[in-house]
Design a protein around this ligand. Sequence first.
Ligand SMILES: [Zn+2]
Length: 330
Amino acid sequence: MVQKFKSLLLSFAAAAGFAFAGTDQVQAQTNDTTGISNLRADFSHTQTGRDLLGMLDVVGISVVFDSTIADAGECRDAAKQIAINPRIPESERSVVLAHETRHIYQRYGLRSGEWEETAITPSQFFSLRHYQEADAFAFGAFFWAERMHELGQNPDSIRIKSLSSTFAIAKDLLQEMQGDGLTKDEYREKAFIRAFYDLNDLGYNERHYLLAGTRVPIMEQLAGEALGNPGSEFGQQMLEVTHHYMSTMPDSAKFENYLRLFGGTSQDLSEATCLQTDSVSTKNLYLYPALALGPAALDRGTLDDLKALDERFLKTRRDIMALAARKAGP
Ligand SMILES: [Zn+2]
């Protein structure tokens, strides 16, 4: 009975993304869908495109078409695969690939998956996911602008079918590139922050609010078993699992510095991003994801809900750390 309940809890936890015991290794797929070669050839026309292709090859990412996905593209970590929706017009697919390749950089360069597995609070998780999406969104626009710039394309001659908000940002960035060059501050204002606003329309907030909260009831339940059965072997196992996880909580300065690695236009980790300047205060750093929730959410609604989830999460952490300390004895 206990065994069954325990395996149920652990499989529930695993489904929610908690890797308590080893992680699945999925064989890298190296076969692209036929037709992707055109897309790859297309990338070789610009500097950023060539950099991205190099990164895909180093990491071993294959690119496939998949008409069943709901979005324009999808980044599949475990399968080491980027899927492009073939319903996106051919002329816009390279921007989708640039956006998804930026997610590969986030995973392998910035190691965002490892951060998501630490005991960050629900609102930190929500912020981190929004930073990743805004970063990829803005980067797709940057790629597009640079492409128009390097290939001498006139944006007015380009007809957009599906990526209109990305294109609007790309046109603004192109104007800066054609003037005295695109600065980090301009990229932040015209692309990165604007991407947070655009996420508002994409059903992205709702999905990630739910995702951010998933770990709270799971941790409460696991911790409840540890606290309720302090003398049993099962209780001891639950304590070990939850204590191990809760001990991975990063301190807030470290998390803040990590967020500042987003908002770049290069795959070079040593190059400063648009957030690594004194003009972005800590307060603003945390405010950007709130922009995605809309002005009404800045002081009520979903932000309060996130805060309430944080409090439950932190209380569970305190209870587990206290129990572990009591067990360890004086
Ligand atoms: Zn994305």
